[in-house]
Design a protein around this ligand. Structure first.
Ligand code: GLU
Length: 307
């Protein structure tokens, strides 16, 4: 479904990885970015981040799009498939390598098993910074310890020192696939995205993305990281925690639950309104301020709580 409403300069997006059907957690991220964009009279794009074929069941992309339509989301313009942008992604990697900003790394997972770990995972110790003889290589981008700081609209000021917190990170994998950090930066820029609204699980990837934007001379969008939906055990709802696909029955009860999970007050009689009226109401009254500093929304069908 597409719309062609007049638009402010705001461009938002929802960028699912088609690793399975849409579940409540991903629908929550979609709704947050949609309402932000609609309330700002902006455009809202959908991008399928299909850059990891081994993890993508066939047809997951169409299932996601069908579910979005079923819940009344209307996106602007054609859906962008990242897999079709591989040549452009690679050109950016090559540009970084030719400037010496990125380099080939021959370290296998096993070779890095003993490396120090931090909250972001393994901290790359810089083994291949000065060259490698390995034949199969990944490409890593150089980092420094200059602090990278940004102001997240919901989570406040964030700072990371990449060299000591992640080390030089992978932008092209050893198997030849583009890494998420590079692809997301390339396509947010190519699509003119001005506001990145997504789940808080990606908050700590943002400084790596800002680092790449700076190296590539790309504009840094504004960021708002929303709480993610978790189950009673505090686990992120997702494929690995067995979150069920959202139902394709009457979308309204779940949509209302979604709005409540996003901290919106929803009049009891809204449930009998049309899908379009529910979205219109939600857009008009959208106020995510109550979610500031929240990291998790506890999602159980009959109960919503925050942490
Ligand atoms: N494709 C990522 C995911 O599904 C989201 C990327 C983003 O919003 O930056 O988790």
């Amino acid at each position: 479904m597409t719309t062609s409403e007049p638009s402010s300069g705001y461009v938002g997006r929802f960028a699912p990885s088609p690793t399975g059907p849409l579940h409540f957690g991903s629908l929550l991220a979609a709704a947050a970015s949609y309402l932000e964009a609609k309330a700002a009279h902006g455009r809202w794009l959908v991008r399928i981040e299909d850059i990891d074929p081994p993890r993508e069941p066939p047809g997951a992309d169409t299932e996601i799009l069908r579910a979005l339509e079923h819940y009344g989301f209307a996106w602007d313009g054609p859906v962008l498939y990242q897999s079709r942008e591989a040549a452009r992604h690679r050109a950016l990697v090559e540009a970084l390598v030719s400037r010496g900003a990125a380099y080939a790394c021959g370290c296998s997972r096993r070779a890095l098993a003993g490396a120090r770990r931090g909250p972001l995972g393994i901290i790359y110790p810089g083994t291949c910074r000065n060259g490698t003889r390995a034949r199969r290589t990944a490409i890593r981008v150089r980092t420094t310890d200059a602090p990278i700081t940004f102001d997240d609209r919901l989570q406040g000021r964030q700072t990371q020192r990449l060299e000591s917190e992640s080390g030089d990170f992978v932008i092209l994998r050893r198997d030849g696939l583009i890494a998420y950090q590079l692809a997301v930066v390339a396509d947010d820029a190519a699509q003119g995205v001005t506001e990145v609204v997504r789940g808080i699980d990606l908050l700590d990837s943002t400084p790596r993305q800002i680092h790449l934007q700076r190296l590539l001379g790309l504009r840094t969008p504004a960021y708002a990281h929303f709480p993610i939906a978790v189950n009673a055990r505090g686990e992120k709802l997702g494929k690995s925690t067995g979150a069920p696909a959202v139902s394709l029955g009457d979308p309204r009860p779940l949509l209302l639950a979604l709005l409540r999970a996003l901290g919106q007050s929803v009049p009891a009689d809204l449930g009998s309104a049309s899908l379009a009226s529910i979205w219109a109401f939600a857009t008009r009254h959208w106020d995510p301020g109550g979610l500031a500093g929240r990291r998790q929304v506890l999602w159980m069908p009959e109960k919503i709580g925050y942490r």
